[in-house]
Design a protein around this ligand. Sequence first.
Ligand SMILES: [Zn+2]
Length: 231
Amino acid sequence: MLVGHCAVALAGKRFEPRLSLGTLMAAAVLADLLGFVFILLGIEHWTMNPGRAGIYAVDLDSVAWSHGLLPNLLWATLFAGGYFLWRRQAAGAHAWEASILFGAVLSHWVLDFMSHRLDMPLAPGLNGRYGLGLWTSVPATLVVEGLLWLIALAVYVRATRASKRTGIYLFWAMIAFLTLSWINNLTATPPAGSLTIAALTSLTFFTLLVAWAYLMDRVRKPEPDAVSLVK
Ligand SMILES: [Zn+2]
């Protein structure tokens, strides 16, 4: 998934306006960021299938450390725990913020489980692979993931307001760019190339996405009545 993960970050802003969209985005795509780093380190591996499109463009041979359910629980704990320890000193207790980040990291496994073929592992060393295969149908993906995306956009737009004009431009540019990248991912046939280049390109894409979200958060402020939904 692509916009499905971003939807979690955007909706998270409504649940807790004090969280930066950038931190929420980093949480929602953490498994992918780790996955590309692990490929570059030689810990994980994909097989590229030149000429094949969408879900069949790559085989996720070994992704248990970045995309296993058990490691994801660990990454979620470390990410949320790290945030909590960092913020506690400066601004009081932030247990709710940390728990939303925990949920955002873990949501990655759930959404990938929905969309992937039978390639989502539970933990390193376990052979079972799971997935509901939503991505095998482009129309079904457009409906289900697209609906998640639209709902999250509506939620985010109601929860925040541009404090500068750049807040409007950055928002629409991000939405257009992500929607086009998503549709391209679903249908395009990636060119033949090395796995290292693909991982580097994707890591750059997701790092820029997180940076963009941090930037956008600085020029879009929570609506005055958008108080935390959990506290
Ligand atoms: Zn993923």
